[in-house]
Design a protein around this ligand. Structure first.
Ligand SMILES: [Zn+2]
Length: 381
């Protein structure tokens, strides 16, 4: 059903259009034409203005020819991670990769291309189907920002798929909630050679706090990371400030709260061990933590109509669909938080967020067949 050559060419064309987060306009305008050509009604929302980008989320409505069927959402993100400018896709047999200087951008141009081709095939082969909403989001890689600003009242669909994960045959139905935080550790500045005893070294306090922390894989459901640290001014100054940036994720809200509190407590305990008195005045190291909910957990039940639909489509194509948990967050987390039921279907992208990113076109074609079959089956609902 899927036109392989056309899908391959579309993916390559999309990959060649630069679309770092907040700069998705060129690819968005390309997709607007693509969607309109397929008979969709297209609108952009104001998410771009909200996040300081150059375009909003693209929302396209396909009426379908079975208006009685439940509307279905297909979504993928238009932005790619750095280094992702001037991507030169290199095809080696059926393997598509970059020339090694940039990512490939299969994350998530593969999802975008699959949606376009599946809908093109529906139209071309006159396959009966229900209404389909398409949401091509911005700024997924910048913290799911496009999805966060997307007003789901603009969508008719209340269930659907995000196409934004790797191996074919996987449907990601569970993903963790995440907190991200910035923690400032304050010490006291002093000359490092003349009077170090008049200083409190914020780097040392931070180091002691981090050394106490459980980080990395905490348990099967929970992970934690300190990903950035910056501080200090010069080698001869006792540093008075360090900024740490980190995150914690868990499939369990209780564990997420406990891990977040643990990380802050470790730094507070370290700070409590550092104080000094100068001219009768007491100075103490201190910690200022700002915790933000990055995204909420994703949890679509195995016996939900959505999972049953995807499994049925897989069965028709001889693909055994496995539902899986992932440690990553994606737009589906946000859509579910907003009351939709959305899971994340694989597209064939591999080793994403690295310059070694690659994709086997055979996986891409199979994913597109899956999406087409899902849309067709949904039309029978
Ligand atoms: Zn992605």
């Amino acid at each position: 059903m899927i036109n392989h050559e056309r899908l391959k060419n579309l993916l390559i064309e999309l990959i060649k259009i630069d679309s770092l987060s907040r700069r998705e306009r060129d690819v968005a305008l390309f997709l607007k034409r693509e969607m309109e050509e397929l008979g969709a009604e297209v609108e952009f929302d104001d998410a771009g203005e909200k996040v300081g980008g150059n375009v909003g989320n693209l929302i396209a409505h396909f009426p379908g020819d079975r208006p009685g069927a439940a509307p279905f959402l297909l979504s993928a993100h238009m932005d790619t991670v750095a280094p992702g400018e001037g991507i030169v896709p290199v095809l080696d047999g059926t393997i598509l990769r970059s020339d090694g200087r940039t990512v490939l951008g299969g994350d998530d141009k593969s999802g975008v291309a699959i949606i376009c081709e599946a809908l093109r095939a529906v139209r071309e082969k006159k396959i009966p189907c229900g209404p389909v909403d398409v949401a091509f989001t911005i700024c997924e890689e910048a913290g799911l920002l496009g999805a966060k600003w997307l007003d789901v009242a603009r969508l008719k669909a209340r269930t659907g798929l995000v196409l934004d994960s790797d191996s074919v045959g996987f449907l990601f139905t569970r993903a963790p909630a995440a907190n991200r935080f910035e923690i400032a550790v304050h010490g006291l500045e002093a000359h490092a050679g003349v009077c170090p005893e008049k200083g409190i070294n914020a780097i040392q306090v931070a180091a002691e706090g981090i050394a106490r922390m459980k980080l990395g894989r905490i348990d099967a459901e929970t992970t934690a990371n300190i990903g950035l640290i910056e501080g200090g001014v010069a080698v001869n100054i006792v540093p008075n400030a360090v900024l740490l940036k980190g995150e914690a994720r868990s499939h369990s809200e209780e564990k997420l709260a406990a891990q977040t509190a643990h990380m802050i407590r470790c730094l507070e305990e370290a700070a409590a061990a550092h104080s000094l008195t100068l001219d009768g005045q007491v100075f103490r190291a201190r910690v200022e933590a700002r915790v933000e909910r990055d995204y909420d957990r994703l949890n679509v039940a195995d016996d939900s109509p959505l999972v049953r639909l995807v499994r049925a489509a897989g069965k028709n194509l001889g693909v055994d669909i496995r539902t899986e948990a992932t440690g990553g967050g994606c737009d589906a987390n946000v859509f579910n938080k907003k009351g939709l039921e959305v899971a994340n279907l694989s597209t064939g992208m591999r080793e994403i967020h690295t310059v070694k990113e690659w994709l086997d076109l055979k996986d891409l074609y199979l994913s597109a067949e899956m999406v087409l079959e899902i849309v067709r089956l949904n039309g029978e609902s």
